[in-house]
Design a protein around this ligand. Sequence first.
Ligand SMILES: [Zn+2]
Length: 241
Amino acid sequence: MEVIPLGVWGGYPKANSATSSFLVKENGFNLLIDCGSGVLASLQNYVSIQELDAVIITHYHHDHIADVGALYYAKLIQNQLSNETKTLPIYAHTKDSQFRAMQYEGHMEAKDLEEASKIGPFTISTTPTVHPVYCLALRLEVNGKSVVFTADTGWTERFISFAQKTDLLVSEANLYQQYEGKIAGHMSGRQAGMLAEKAKIKQLILTHLPHFGDVQDILEEAQKEYTGDAQIAKVGSMYTI
Ligand SMILES: [Zn+2]
């Protein structure tokens, strides 16, 4: 399994970049996790639109869905050009009326993420996060290997069992430590490191980064808590599990 960061920013993308999003590849199956601003441009460095096999949306904040509309048109145009309708399944939760907007005239089929136990080769489990809107963390498993995406979340003890012994934890780290408890629904680098250490995971990468300060400080906060391999998620890198 390969995990490729397509963007790492929270809220909106920096110049020539994208908001937090990941492509997960396994044996020819291409799964996109979240589709915020800039993601469609970044995605096509790795796969074509028609090579995409499924999409997961963790929640309906703009920085996770902004490019879904562009993806509709990409599917429409590519289906017309190739003269075949290849429908793209898009998995999201149904606890918001926005779920229906994920559906697009046969080009994209909205599916209930919480009802899905398998997407392509991946066994999927989800758990609700701590966020101002309903949001799901993800655990993907294949061939005895796993990756956990926290999605957007504040600290919760529940994640320690959910992320237990995963090979790769992709954790949000939107806050510097001094903002813990002051901004709801996000974790600091320190808390991401604490989660990684308590869950005994193998490798930690940090994403959903803030637009101010030096994000290296967030990594250093994580490294004070977590003794394993921790990095800021790097677009252009490929994390092989
Ligand atoms: Zn959010």
